[in-house]
Ligand binder design. Sequence first.
Ligand code: HEM
Length: 415
Amino acid sequence: MEVEFEPLAPHWREDPHPIHRQLRDRDPVHWAPESGMYCISRHEDVSRALKDPEAFSSAAMNSVLTDLGPIGPRLALALVGFLLRTRVDPFEMQRRGSLISMDAPRHDALRAIVSRGFSPRRIAAWEGRARRIVTEALADLRPGIPFDLIERVAVPLPVTIIAEMLGVEPERQRDFKRWSDAIVAVASGPARGNPAASGLLREFSALYVYLRDCARERRSAPADDLVSLLVDPSQEDALDELDVIQFVVLLLVAGNETTTNLIGNMVQLLIEREDVLRRVVDDPCVAPAVVEETLRYESPIQLVFRQATREVELRGTRIPKDAVLALLLGSANRDERVFPEPDRFDLDRDTKGHLAFGFGPHFCMGASLARLEARVALECLAPELLHCKRVGGASPWVDSFLVRGPARLELERQG
Ligand code: HEM
């Protein structure tokens, strides 16, 4: 029997898990007429699509997430304004996409270049810095004073690290967060289909101009940072300016919103689970298991999109060429066929095979950085959380069909 579900609609945001279960059980290849896409909810099918880029193109990441809606006079004016301010054709920018929406061979070539900036040695070097950021933030956690963990820790940690990795000025960090929030809101939240009204194109042009100046500066005076590595003219395969900017924008969003939500989800789960907190305090070696189970249990990226490059059949459903598929990562990670009792947060379970970072050629490039940041945050936070309680009532979820995490999380230290 069919289930009613629209992956882009807000109705299920509060608690998507019951509807995901219905989909897995009764309608695993679900046609959502309003969103115009097939929703794939079982782990086996989501994995199959992720690892077969020849049949399932990533172009849909671009077509769905940068869909500007109908171009009325207001949007047309905003697009012209963007062109004048940046000298970049917004349609060329949209057509070109970025790493996440490319297919082979361009994807593989670009990924080989940019992954140099994410070597295990480079990532591990950020551990001390991450610890200092969290420790400094926690100095403000005082008895009786509400402390919004999202604003004070979960936002600044990834935004500071990514800004420092890229080599942008620290005073632009606030802008970075504003820009990445605006992108998420237009791609997947309340401003979707209305970027002109949201002022996004103006924000976006400021971001583009800033990043372009940054790239040009590094080309003439390289430093030890990611932007310098990307624009290094001695590399034969150096990227052109637009590729660099598109990639940095991707990092900004992918590297920020996701990790913020992972940390928010983790603390939201642990503040209710004193036993888990005690285990982390007694034995910090369990911290990575907490991070993995959080990724599985409340996946920060709920879905990704693919486009069928030819007609394919999935569980008896014929999916026509060019159809768009929503691969429900959050549902796959709660699939009882792979994770027994999936709705139980269980530190001792085997989380291998969770799809929170995707799978296959587009597997998250920042996974080890996200894991490091979340683990360090947990190690620093756990002893404090034992003395905190949640205040300010239930927190709203971030208003997005793409990312999942609490928008606020107010804590108060007790004594
Ligand atoms: C908890 C944190 C994170 C989660 C849940 C997450 C999730 C994901 C997922 C699901 C994908 C695959 C998209 C697809 O298959 O279409 C992806 C790709 C990607 N992620 Fe992450 N991500 C996180 C953190 C980060 C960080 C910290 C960075 C960088 C600083 C990053 C950079 C990227 C990039 C560049 C890609 C594109 C890779 C490609 O297309 O080859 N991510 N991420």
